[in-house]
Design a protein. Sequence first.
Length: 202
Amino acid sequence: MSLFSFYRISKPSAEQVAPEKTESTYKSLRNRTFWGVTVAYSLYTDNAEGVHELVEQAPVEHPFQFITELGVALEAFEATLKDLNAGDEFDFTLSVDEAYGPYEQEHVIELPKSTFMLNGRFQNDVIYEGAVIPLVNADGNRFQGLVLEVKDEVVIIDLNHPLAGKELHFKGSVVTSREATDAEVTALIKMMSGEGGCGCGC
């Protein structure tokens, strides 16, 4: 699994994805203009040895798609592209703070293995070192975690984004850039709230 096949470059906020806010969110955004953007890019970061390496590609055949100002893409990523048109090329680097922030050790947690029991059996076919698993907290917020280690009594999970602590170097081009329709905006808001499908026409 590539780093972004699960995480991509999106970072929606709790405010934007809360289901009960869907209708009020749409009403508050109704008079604003949004753009539907697709970009093809190569993403590079420095590995632990300091080598600048390719970690993700979104080719023209399968570009990254987003609608502006809805929290789908990183704010700095979106801001850098906002004045570009279809066919324009880009080459820029987001700082650690502009991307996913520093790596924080306190985001590495231990959960009792009982958390992952189903019908009295530990789910070792799902919970294993290297697995990316969906989690939900007491407030109902959903996020992903990387299983670092499975011990006798606990599972150690890293809640940091896999690119936390890294600068992100993007090279690519804008494939399309056009005003998004009301239907597209509404579908995306519903998707982010968990009420609808992906809204991308796939």
